[in-house]
Each structure stands twice: as C-alpha cells, then as structure tokens.
Write a protein that binds this ligand. Structure first.
Ligand SMILES: Cc1cc2nc3c(=O)[nH]c(=O)nc-3n(C[C@H](O)[C@H](O)[C@H](O)COP(=O)(O)O)c2cc1C
Length: 397
C-alpha cells in the first residue's frame, strides 16, 4: 500500500497534546501528516510542535494570502486520503453537523471529498448532552466515522465516557478506515461473531426476567475486532448502546431469539459469546397482563433456555476459535476452568461480577485456555477488549 496521507485537524480540547503523539505514530506507521490547528487548538498545542513532528507546514487560518494563492483550502481538503479530527471538540462536532464553514477546519470539512474520522474528547456531561448526541447521530448519518470515546477518570476530575482513546488505538482506527481490508491488519478476512448484553424473557406483555448486563464489554470487543480488520456480526440483547463503526448488528430480545440469530450468522471463524443469556424463561407466556386478584402471587414456573455456548461447541459449524465469558461471584478461576471443559470451548474469559462490574466501566478478567490462565489487571472494558482481540489475532497469526 502506498504511504497514506492524513489531514489531521487538531481541535481545542485538553486532549490536543495526544494529537502530537498521534502525529508521531502515523509517521512511524509509514504515513504522512499535514496538520490544521484550530484557534481553540492553538491554546493547547503550538503549530511549532506539530510542524516539527509532522515535518510539514501547519495550517491555521482560512485568510492566508500565500496559501490561498498557492494551494487553497479546497486543494488541501482533497490532497489527503483521510481527514482525521482529533480531538474533535463538542464545538467542532456541532459545526460539522450544522455544515458551518467559519474557519479553516470547518471549511475543509465541508469541502472535502475524502472519508472523515472524528475522535471526540470532552467532559462526560458535554458528551452525554442531548445536543452532542444529536450532532454525533447526524454526523454518523452523513457518513462520518465517529470513534467512541473511552470511559475513565477525566482531566476535569469527573468520571465517565469522554476520554480520548490512546493514540495507538486511534492509529489502528485510521489504518482500519484507510483500507478496512488491508492484508496487514491482523484479522482481515476473518468473520468474528460476538454476542452482547442481557436477554429479556417475557412473562406477560409488561413483565420480563432480565439481568444487569449492560452490553458494554461485548460492544467493545466487536469494535476492537472491526478495528483489527475483521468482518463482525454483533448479536445484541436489549441495550441502548451505539453500534460500533463497521459492525453488522442484529438486535434480539430473548435467549431463543439470540440462539436463532447466532445460528443465522454462521459460519464464523471466531465466536466470542459475551452476552449474559438468561438460563431460564417463564415456562408459559401469558398474552394478557397477569392481574393481582387477592389470591396471593401467582406461581412462576420456569423452563430452561437453550445453552448457546455449549450448542455452538457441539455444532458441526463450530468456529475454529470459540470463546465464552463466565460471570462468577465466587471461586472464579475454578468455575471458569470447569466451565471450559464442560462446555467444550477453547477459551473462557472469567470475570468476577461480585462488585459493580455489570454496567460499570472497568473489568478484571482471567483468560483461561488449555495452556493455562492469564490474569489481566483491572482496566477499562475497551482495554480488556483490545487485549483479548490482540490475543485472538496472535492465535491466528
Ligand atoms: C481548559 C479548557 C479545556 C477544554 N477542553 C475541552 C475538551 O476536552 N473538549 C471540548 O469539546 N471542549 C473543550 N473546551 C472548550 C473548547 O476549547 C471550546 O469549545 C472551543 O471553542 C473549541 O474550539 P475548536 O472548535 O476550535 O476545537 C475546553 C476549554 C478550556 C478552556
């Protein structure tokens, strides 16, 4: 592949310093970078730093007589293979979504005919604000790839989603966007099937049996596998999470629907079953709301749900690598090793869910294989996902 040319727009966020490291990584990866620094961005990093790291002139203003005479903003917007906005501030996202062109960065973004990857970073409230949610949805609808920010402690002292992903992750996303199917990506040509979230088992039209799974870990694994070049099918239980870029998502409600969706997604080279599938469902579904009739609570008979993991292990379409998750509250490693053998899967990723792992941002996992157990320290679920996908890629290398 020829050296990719990146136009990097650096916005005015505290994470702008990480854009400097990104410039270094792009160049180390064989790419060339031309930087555009917004007025806001110039408060956080200097044009001199970006020029020295990129070994290219840095563009800061639309009203540059020399530049407009020599190349112009239109040409600048067309010269790159990919436009990366990093950090993409709430303000830049809003201007992009509205089609405003009132400075060099926003004008280039409106004029470009190249793919755009935005890497947002901001305070958690700004990220979760209805206006930002709307802007991100608009941009995704317009074909802009918006990377999900990481969760964790922020520079402002708050905690939550909004942190800029590490530059190595952004570089991996750039590589994936440039040529999703580049032969040098570790999972290119592989189909990865991921399940995520809880299942809901209906009792009557208004009640169901559920569990606390948020789907975050499975969604992060789907995203990491897509970034590693895989074709990814994500079978998701009922969760409100955005679909990771480049992932095919199938939404289901119950365990039986999930089993059918998994079957329909085969064949797959790799399956990572993260969903917290309900073991039991109501034996009988009542089409009408069960009424309180003064005779005490109704007896709720349960029936066993299909075991999707064990079923896949026995299937004649078993993926070459089958990874199951085991949520345990006690004797985590012992139960995980036993589950791996009993269900006939290759790896079990065991996590201790006795704390607030379900729904939380952090996870501590142990990867149990036929060769032993690797225990990872507590880390954000996105990092767990990347670590697991790296090990999967190694297994296929
Ligand atoms: C200290 C400081 C840190 C800031 N950090 C962020 C940030 O991380 N993300 C963000 O969206 N805005 C942040 N802002 C607000 C932006 O700088 C402001 O909206 C600015 O207009 C954005 O400029 P731009 O559109 O050129 O990127 C910060 C402001 C200050 C003063």
């Amino acid at each position: 592949m020829k050296a990719p040319r990146i136009l990097l727009i650096v916005g005015g966020g505290i994470a702008a310093y990480k854009a400097c490291e990104l410039v270094r990584l792009i160049r180390k990866g064989g790419g060339s970078v031309t930087c555009v620094l917004t007025n806001g961005g110039a408060h956080f990093v200097t044009a001199m730093t970006l020029a020295a790291l990129s070994e290219n002139p840095v563009h800061t203003t639309l009203w540059d007589l020399k530049n407009e005479a020599e190349m112009g903003h239109i040409q600048l917007s067309r010269q790159a293979d990919l436009v990366v906005v990093c950090p993409a501030t709430a303000d830049l996202l809003a201007r992009m979504a509205a089609g405003i062109a009132d400075d060099l960065a926003s004008t280039l973004l409106l004029a470009t005919d190249k793919p755009v990857l935005a890497v947002p970073a901001m305070n958690v409230r700004m990220w979760q604000h209805a206006a930002t949610r709307r802007n991100v949805a608009t941009l995704r609808g317009d074909g802009v790839q918006v990377l999900e920010p990481d969760e964790g402690p922020m520079a402002c002292g708050e905690f939550g989603p909004g942190r800029l992903p590490e530059p190595v992750v952004i570089w991996a996303a750039i590589e994936a966007s440039l040529g999703k199917y580049n032969e040098h990506l570790p999972l290119t040509g592989k189909h990865v099937l991921v399940t995520a979230g809880p299942t809901h088992e209906p009792i009557d039209p208004v009640r169901y049996i559920a569990n606390r799974s948020s789907g975050k870990q499975g969604f992060a694994i789907a995203e990491a596998a897509a970034i590693a070049g895989a074709r990814v099918t994500l079978v998701a239980g009922p969760v409100v999470l955005p679909t990771p870029t480049g992932v095919d998502r199938v939404d289901v409600e119950s365990a039986r629907e999930m089993a059918d969706a998994v079957e329909a997604a085969l064949p797959a080279d790799i399956a990572v079953l993260v969903a917290a599938v309900a073991d039991w469902r109501a034996a009988e579904y009542t089409g009408r709301k069960i009424k309180k009739n003064g005779a005490g609570p109704p007896a709720l008979a349960l029936a066993e749900n299909p075991d999707i993991l064990a079923g896949l292990a026995k299937s004649n379409r078993r993926p070459s690598l089958l990874v199951g998750f085991a949520a345990e509250t006690n004797n985590v490693l012992e139960h995980a090793a036993e589950k791996r053998l009993r269900k006939g899967v290759d790896w079990i990723v065991a996590n201790d869910v006795s704390g607030d792992v379900m729904g939380g941002a952090l996870n501590t996992v142990h990867i149990v294989t036929a060769h032993g157990t690797e225990s990872l320290p507590e880390m954000p679920k996105s990092d767990v996902a990347r670590a697991l996908v790296a090990r999967i890629a190694d297994a296929f290398a």
